[in-house]
Design a protein around this ligand. Sequence first.
Ligand code: PMP
Length: 358
Amino acid sequence: MRAFNFCAGPAALPEAVLQQAQAELADWQGKGLSVMEMSHRSEEFVGIAQKAEQDLRDLLAIPANYKVLFLQGGASSQFAMIPLNLLGAGQVADYIDTGIWSKKAIEEGQRYGQLNVAASAKADKYFAIPEQASWQLSKDAAYLHYTPNETIGGLEFGWIPEVDAPLVADMSSTILSRPLDVSRFGMIYAGAQKNIGPAGLTIVIIREDLLGKAQAACPTMFNYQVAADNESMFNTPPTFAWYLSGLVFSWLKAQGGLTAIEQLNRRKQEKLYAAIDNSSLYANPIAVADRSWMNVPFTLADERLEKPFLAGAEARGLLNLKGHRSVGGMRASIYNAVPEAAVDALVAYMQEFEKEQG
Ligand code: PMP
């Protein structure tokens, strides 16, 4: 019996995908070898890679004038790669600070050019997204960077900013959770280990006119143009993670695509927030309109109850509910691969635990 895994990342993968990978692990489609042992330039692997890209394009309806890059280094490497590729000498880039991940992007980005923090959620304790009317945007910014979903804070934009500069979005923990109008963005990026596949792969979706602007000092391996010109195979890509992500994309298509996934994800988060809001033991501080669908942090009224809560959860096969070490409390990450039954089991346990407290 598999447990219900609420880990923020690396996160749950669909069981059907794991079973398929297991079935073809030692002998992929009768070729007598595993995907891990194939040349990345072999016909077989190039086929796997192209199908994964096409399925992702289908899922997100990615327009033809966008490149999809399969990179390494995690979303954290993008914090440097974005200014190295998009921020020219004498230019400024706008950033919106909504929490720990956007702050990390800002700290790293500042090393490669001039950034302007156009808005911050700090005054609201990172419990609400600052309204766009309050943003101090730069004139002719090279791009505007924001974090649509803050994985640790559980703070999510329910809307896409309307600005003149190309939008650059860290979608690590929200990509593929529902349909998205990719044409509104200059660039979208995501580490794979939440809603895509295993760790080790980073996906970049970038509009073609933003390529070819890299700073002279940009390392070759960090250059989007080089990656695009070489179909993400300038060097050896993370082949197994790419393959497994491809299996997740076909699984998502078989579930009915992102419209069906959206309905499921909507229900899952509604159930969990309702359980929190209808109790006097649990609380979530985020402004209701800005609550994350994928990462639901919550506290218990008495901190001393955290340990027994977690122990009881684990005993029921409800794993990884401890909040991020920087903020404490609890956090349930309910990505695409976390079934509705997992949310139902968590809600039932939360109610039972609250009753036990009398
Ligand atoms: N951005 C966001 C929103 C994240 O959630 C994470 C990982 N938790 C990162 C960036 C960093 O990703 P990585 O570990 O792939 O560098």
